[in-house]
Ligand binder design. Sequence first.
Ligand code: HEM
Length: 535
Amino acid sequence: MLRQTLFRQTNNILKHAPAQTSTFAAAAISHSLRLQAQAIREYSTPSAPSSSSSASQGQPKYRQFHTSDINQQAREVPGFPILDDPLTHNHSIPSFMVGTQNGFLPRQDPLDVLPKEYDALEQLLQKMPLTLKDGSKGLLALGQFGEACKSLPQYDLSNVEDSELLSALYRDYTFVASAYLLEPCDLLYRKTGDYGLGRSVLPKNIAVPLVQVAEKIGAKPFMEYALSYALYNYRRIDKSKGLVWGNLELIRPFSGDKSELGFIISHVTMVSHSGELVKNTMRTLDAATKCNREMFNDALSKVVSTYEKINMEMDTMWERSLPADYLKFRTFIMGTKNQPMFPNGVIYEGVSDEPMFHRGESGANDSMVPMGDNLLQLTENMPSNPLTAVLKDFRTYRPHNHAEFLQFVEEKARQVHVRHFAEQDPNSAAIYLAAVDQIRNFRNRHWSFTKEYIIKYTKHPVATGGSPIVTWLPNQLATVLKTMQEVGSKIDANQLLPENKALVDVLSKRADAQARILEREVAHLRTQIKDQDKV
Ligand code: HEM
C-alpha cells in the first residue's frame, strides 16, 4: 500500500509535468522524482512484484523503475495519490505531500535547529530578529544584519539529500535572503513611513546555497508561505500535544513580537484542519463521479463544516495578532516582483547576471481556499482579466505536490461537473451554496483584515505578494458573491427541506447586500491609493 502510494506519486509528477518547464521547475521535478524513486526502493520489499524478470531472480534486490513502467502505471491511476499515513519517518520524499492527516502541513513537524555543521547559519538567524528572546535588540533593529552576513561561510549543499534538512535549510536561507534584501527598507520605514529601495544584489554566500537548496526541493529561490515563513516555522512546546494555540512557538521570527507569533500560528492552526478538508474534497469528487447523491450531500456537508472550523479559527486573528503591529514585521515578507522597492529585481551573485523577480510571502499561496475554488468550480468563473492572472501566478508559489493536487481537483471537478451535479437537486444546491458561502466568509473576513491591518496604516499600493492592495482581493470576493446570487436564484424553494429553505434565503440576501457594499468600498478606496490597475 505504502509502496503503491509512493509509486503513484512519482507517476503523477511525470504525468503532470508540463511540456516546457523553467530551469527551476525542471530541476525540481527531476529531483522530486529521484527522491521518490529512492523512497519507493526503500519501501519496496524484495518480494514486491517487479517489472523486470531479473528482479525475481534476486538481482537487483529492489524494484527498478523505468519511464515506461511509470507511464503505463500513470494511465491506470484514477485519482490523485494522497497520503493516508504522513510517513513521518521518511526523509527521502518531499516534506510537503498532501495527506488526509497532515493535509497541507508538512509530513513531519519542521526541523527546528540546524545540525552543528551549519552553526554559523543558525547563530546568524538567532541574532537576526528585531527583538531577541531576552528582550534585547537583534541585528535587524541595529541595522547590522547586512554586515553580519559577510562572515557567513558559503556552505556547499550539493550533497544534502535528507528532505527534512533540505526543508529547514531552504526556510533558513530564505529568511536570511529576505532579511538581507529588505533590511534597508525596514530601517527607512521605521523612520519615515517610506520603504525606499531594497538591496539589489544578493551576495554569493547566500545566493548560491539558496539556489542549490531551492532546486533540490523544487521551489523558487525566495521566501514562500508554506515552505518557509508560515507552514515550516512552528515548534510544538509539548510534543505530545496538538497543533493548537498555546502549544506552538516560532522557529524563525523577524520581529520577535507576540503579534508575529499570533499571525503565523493562526495560519498553522487553521491549516491543521486541512486533512479533513482534503478527505472530504476527494469524497465529494468521488460521489459526483459515481452520481451518488447521498454520498455527495454528506461529503459536501463535511466540507462545509470543516471550512466553518477553519473560519472560526481565522477569527481569532484579531486577538492573537494586533492590527497596529502588523506593519512591524510585514516589510520582511515583501517580494521582489511588482514591488516598488525592487524596480530592477535582484541579482543572485554567483548564480546569474540576469535579475530575478519573485512574489513575496502571502497567504494567497495557502492551498485551502484554492482547493475550495477548484472543487466548487469558482476558479473557472473568475473574470478573464490581469487580476485573475495574478491569482493563477500565485498557484505556482507552493510545494510542487500541492500545485499538482490543486490542478487535479480543478480538472476533476470540471470533468464531473460538480456545480451542475449539485444544481440538479435543490437540497444539494443548498449545500453547494453553503460551501460557497464558507469561501465568502473567508474572503470577506480577509478583506476586513486587509482594511484594518494594512490600508488603515499605509498607502503603499501593493501587498506582500505584489498584488494591488485595493482591487485584487475584491476581484475574487465579487466572483464568489456573484456565484452565490446565480445559484441562489435558481433554487426552487418549494422543493427544499425546511432548514435549507431558511438557509438559502439568508445566504442569498446577504450575498446581494455584500456585493453592493463591496462595489462602493472599492470605488472609494481606489481614489485613495494609486496604481490599482498595475499588476
Ligand atoms: C492579519 C491577517 C492577514 C492579512 C492582513 C492578510 C493580507 C492579505 C493580502 C493583502 C492578500 C493579497 C495578496 C498579496 O499578498 O499580494 C492576501 C491574500 C490571501 N491570504 Fe491573507 N492576510 C491575513 C491572514 C491570512 C490568513 C490567516 C490566511 C489563512 C490561510 C490567509 C490566506 C490568504 C489567501 C487564501 C489569500 C488569497 C485570497 C484570494 O484568493 O482571494 N491570509 N492576504
